[in-house]
Design a protein around this ligand. Sequence first.
Ligand code: AR6
Length: 186
Amino acid sequence: MSADHVPAVFQAGGARIEVMVGDITALALDAIVNAANSTLLGGGGVDGAIHRAAGPELLVHCRTLGGCPTGEARLTPGFQLKARHVIHTVGPVWQGGGAGEDGLLARCYRESLALAEAARLGSIAFPAISTGVYGFPAERAAPLAAAAVLDHVRARPLVTRVVFCCFSQGSANLHHAALRAQGLKP
Ligand code: AR6
């Protein structure tokens, strides 16, 4: 897939699905998703970037949540972020593929979207959950992410804008290809 395909916009159900390369902390949406760890007390990667941009109040708030199991999600305010909310989800650590990683990763997307829906949030951006420090192969993660998002937006109308905010052109191209493989055309 050539870099010319990114950024790209697709339509599915009543929703606009975008693939972009950029820093998720810069996005002014109803919610951005954080690829957190089960303590919800911050870390490196996108988690560190979100906590830095949101300011110290986010950590204070997260301390009250009591953590989050792998595959689940929790909603917090965005504090100093441009996004109104953060949905923290905990992706699986890659262990070779035989430990239920695929199902857990898909569940992160589903649970994040379910939280957005319950809070009546219309726009949400995802990073490529688990594909950094947690080692999930990016080419395996993108189709799971695309399928979970499409299942959601085709079944439920409230979330009308989903952004795959990738941190590299290669990651964006994988998401673009995954959406095309699901029959979508940009
Ligand atoms: N905007 C968008 N994507 C980003 C950004 C950003 N600012 N920064 C990194 N990425 P990772 P994980 C991409 O490692 O694999 C943390 O320490 C990155 O290139 O952030 O789920 C947590 O506390 C990659 O494609 O998350 C956990 O301990 C993707 O985000 C652990 O890392 C996810 O990479 C979670 O690991």
